[in-house]
Design a protein around this ligand. Structure first.
Ligand code: ADP
Length: 565
């Protein structure tokens, strides 16, 4: 069976079926003036109805209250389902009723004064009392108002038949007054209650409702159902948690609290449907929460019958957002502080360095012939060191000034940038017989022109500088990749061990000795800072030392390619 709870509907249908059998036979016995022999047969059929009725009624209560402990216990359920057959059998064999006698309203049987009728009364009474007990505890434990109402109606109809039945069947009998009301007419009140529940609260759809409840209780989104007047019907577990109620069994005060919070989020009986209204409130436990409330009307035909409110708890998200905002602010501040520090330090270092350099020059000039070879070597080392320090400071200054120097972005044609850089590097390129080729059109970007030149110069410069035995061959290409252009600078130089693919983009990090290849280790760090300031990315690929390498970077494609319409 696809729906394991559909069985509830079958149980309810069987219950009505047995009652129909019981009261149908009663009608025949009461109204058709049968002979006693036929009446005896009808009574036996009637007996099938009333013997089974209480069993199926109790079974229905077990499904209604979802009592798995008894339903899934074969030691209980098998003998329990066999009980009606025992009584039917006992009646067929004549151990229960004596047939037949005329009564004012038809033909009736008389209970025998034997053990089986007593056992039968015991069975009826026991399961009836058990049903009442289960309904009362179900009413207490369910979080759903409609289930509470089903329990109420069933309990009230039981109370009614108990009072009326006792009055007609016991008190009037005891007082010797003629009782015109047949027992199963009293039972009609009880069955009426069941039918009313089925109709009004869709008890026949109990199975699908319960399945939906299970799904509802598993989802993280809170769901609250309101009726047409905006008052609470039911809520899923998530909603109950969001409102900070300690238990799924809500109190009247908690119903009111939830209704009030939803009203604060603009959910009112006359209000319009709305999506994601933000509400900050203190939940029933006093914790601060931020929720998003959406509400939709439910319709019965054309008329609005109520509302479904979905609630998303964004308290965690809100807090994370605030934390993130704070961290970004802090990061920005410390970044700026660091840049300022680097700028001030390198700027202020320049002055004393210049002094060191000029005095070293002075010493060289004045005392060159007096110092001897060793002395001159020392002076040269000091001078070289100071020169290198000056280059490093210069690089650091450039690096820390990058952001400050960034102008408002303008349209920059990168093929023109490549042309300018190649022209400026003509001397060193000719020296090495280097050829730089541009493969296909290069795009126009929205960027700072000077920085684009710096970027191209560093990458082309490195490709020419880190060449092997062959004269350098460099190709530049750009391709559109979604919202970005991807540039690649491919060379046939010394290549890179991919183990160092991250390190080379860090400040002052170099892979080669200075006497082999000049440099400060700042070029790629500057390239990375430029590219990342536009939201792009830079990386290197190489098949290994001696195999050349390709430097890739991406830049946002804000403008069309040259020549593109
Ligand atoms: P610099 O060029 O001053 O040494 P960079 O930051 O530009 O500093 O480069 C860092 C290191 O990355 C270089 O020292 C070199 O080892 C390596 N590198 C950069 N470009 C290339 C290239 N095209 N081919 C091989 N190695 C390279």
């Amino acid at each position: 069976m696809k729906n394991p709870y559909a069985v509830t509907n079958w149980v309810l249908a069987m219950l009505f079926g047995y009652f129909a059998l019981w009261s149908g036979c009663s009608c025949i016995l009461d109204n058709t003036g049968l002979d006693f022999a036929t009446a005896a047969t009808v009574m036996k059929v009637q007996n099938i109805g009333w013997s089974s009725f209480i069993t199926y009624y109790f079974l229905f209560i077990l499904y209604l209250t979802d009592n798995k402990r008894l339903l899934l216990n074969p030691l209980f359920i098998v003998p329990f389902l066999l009980l009606p057959f025992v009584f039917i059998f006992q009646n067929f064999t004549g151990n229960m009723l004596e047939c037949c006698r005329n009564v004012p309203y038809g033909i009736a049987g008389t209970w025998k004064n034997a053990p089986w009728p007593h056992i039968f009364f015991g069975y009826y009474t026991a399961f009836f009392i058990l049903s009442v007990y289960m309904l009362v505890s179900f009413r207490r434990s369910t979080g759903s108002r409609s289930e509470k109402k089903i329990a109420d109606i069933m309990l009230w109809s039981i109370a009614a038949i108990f009072v009326i039945g006792t009055f007609f069947g016991v008190i009037m009998n005891y007082m010797g007054i003629y009782n015109p009301v047949d027992t199963n007419v009293v039972f009609l009140i009880f069955v009426g209650g069941l039918i009313y529940c089925a109709e009004k609260y869709e008890a026949f759809k109990l199975s699908s409702v319960r399945n939906a409840d299970r799904i509802m209780d598993l989802i993280n989104e809170g769901v609250v159902l309101l009726d047409g007047d905006g008052s609470f019907i039911t809520a899923n577990r998530a909603a109950i948690e969001i409102f900070g109620c300690p238990d799924v069994r809500l109190t009247e005060k908690e119903y009111g609290f939830i209704e009030q919070q939803l009203a604060n989020a603009g959910v009112s009986s006359a209000g319009a449907e709305a999506s994601n209204t933000e509400l900050m409130f203190r939940d029933a436990r006093g914790a601060e929460r931020t929720i998003l409330v959406s509400n939709r009307l439910t319709r019965n035909g054309n008329a609005a019958s109520g509302r479904v409110c979905t609630i998303r708890d964004i308290s965690g998200l809100k807090k994370a957002e605030v934390d993130l905002f704070e961290s970004v602010k802090e990061l920005k501040r410390s970044n700026e502080e660091l840049e300022n520090f680097a700028y001030v330090a390198s700027h202020d270092l320049k002055e004393p360095l210049r002094m060191v350099m000029s005095y070293v020059q002075l010493i060289r000039k004045r005392f060159m012939d007096k110092l001897g070879q060793e002395g001159n070597d020392f002076i040269n080392f000091a001078s070289e060191g100071a020169q290198r320090m000056s280059e490093l400071i210069e690089g650091l200054l450039r690096y820390s000034r990058l952001r400050k120097a960034q102008k408002d972005p303008e349209a920059v044609d990168t093929s023109a940038v490549a042309g300018i850089v190649i022209k400026a590097m003509k001397l060193s390129m000719d020296e090495k017989k280097a050829v730089v080729g541009i493969d296909g059109p290069l795009p126009v970007l929205k960027a700072d022109r000077v920085q684009m030149e710096q970027l191209f110069q560093n990458l082309i410069g490195n490709a020419v500088k880190f060449s092997g035995k062959e004269p350098p061959r460099v190709t530049i290409r750009a391709e559109r990749r979604g919202a970005f252009y991807e540039f690649v600078f491919r060379d046939n130089g010394i290549g890179i061990d991919m183990h160092y693919k991250e390190r080379i983009f860090q400040l002052f990090q170099r892979l080669n000795a200075r006497d082999e290849y000049e440099g400060t280790g700042m070029g790629l760090a500057i390239c990375r800072k430029i590219v990342e300031s536009y939201g792009g990315r830079i990386w290197v690929e190489s098949e290994g030392p001696g195999k050349g390498c390709s430097f890739y970077f991406t830049m946002p494609a804000a403008l069309r390619e040259t020549g593109e319409k």
